[in-house]
Design a protein around this ligand. Structure first.
Ligand SMILES: Nc1ncnc2c1ncn2[C@@H]1O[C@H](COP(=O)(O)OP(=O)(O)O)[C@@H](O)[C@H]1O
Ligand SMILES: [Mg+2]
Length: 228
């Protein structure tokens, strides 16, 4: 399997502190879950990959440019309707107005919210807002979907719904790179696990192997502490 992203010696320093350090990864699997303790550098690494942060050292190499979309723990909704939130992202891409409306409507249907299209987005529940955020991402037809703890603020029903939607986006061919604190979710969603601790990658293995035979003490401790 060819890597869709290779990083070499990727690092980010802030005020003299290494937040992400010497990350050399070849990402080739379709669905990759990044796990690690609080403050390990997961969000920072995702932001570096999505281009929201500039590395202080090292490099990212994309063998082919991938269309990307990112979804955050707390959806950022504009003060307008749900559908206008989806349309906004498409307009930024320069698509013609009628295509924006058509794609946005289809995306809201995909996430099961066509009936809420005209509602003010900020008045929707947390779970509904996250689904609008997923519709906004989906409408961009991403080849890579990045999600940073997308269900951390959600109840179990909304969590399952988000997992279903992400699964469908993956089934449509997108690569998925995500973080989660929910180990059940990691088991359900991951082909591979990347485990990060204090800014450094300590394991990168097929998911079954990570959960059955974690190689490092850091990963063993993490699994023990995070298992309910
Ligand atoms: N802009 C920043 N300046 C200084 N420290 C930061 C900055 N962003 C993150 N950090 C610190 O870097 C570490 C990693 O943060 P983060 O990537 O958010 O971790 P995670 O997502 O794994 O919880 C934390 O200790 C955090 O406080
Ligand atoms: Mg984080």
């Amino acid at each position: 399997m060819d890597a869709w992203l290779t990083t070499s010696g990727l690092g980010l320093r802030e005020s003299g502190k290494h937040i992400v350090e010497d990350v050399s990864l070849a990402l080739a699997a379709q669905r990759i879950v990044l796990l690690g303790p609080n403050g390990a550098g997961k969000s920072t690494l995702l932001r570096l990959i999505h281009g929201l942060l500039h590395p202080s050292s090292g490099a990212l190499r994309w063998p082919r440019n991938l269309t990307q979309a990112m979804v955050f723990q707390r959806p950022v909704m504009l003060r307008t309707t749900a559908i206008a939130n989806v349309i906004y992202g498409l307009k930024l891409k320069g698509l013609p107005a009628n295509e924006c409306v058509q794609r946005a409507g289809a995306a809201l249907e995909h996430v099961g919210l066509p009936h809420l299209a005209q509602r003010p987005a900020r008045l929707l529940s947390g779970g509904e807002q996250q689904r609008v955020a997923l519709a906004r991402a989906w409408a961009l037809e991403p080849e890579l979907l990045i999600l940073d703890e997308p269900t951390a603020s959600l109840d179990p029903a909304s969590t399952r719904e988000v997992e279903r939607i992400v699964g469908e986006i993956a089934a449509a061919g997108a690569r998925v790179l995500m973080t989660t604190h929910n180990l059940g979710q990691a088991r359900r969603m991951a082909d591979e696990i990347v485990f990060i601790d204090r800014g450094r990658i300590v394991e990168h293995t097929p998911a079954e192997q990570f959960f059955s035979l974690p190689q490092t003490e850091a990963a063993q401790r993490f699994l023990k502490e995070e298992t309910p």
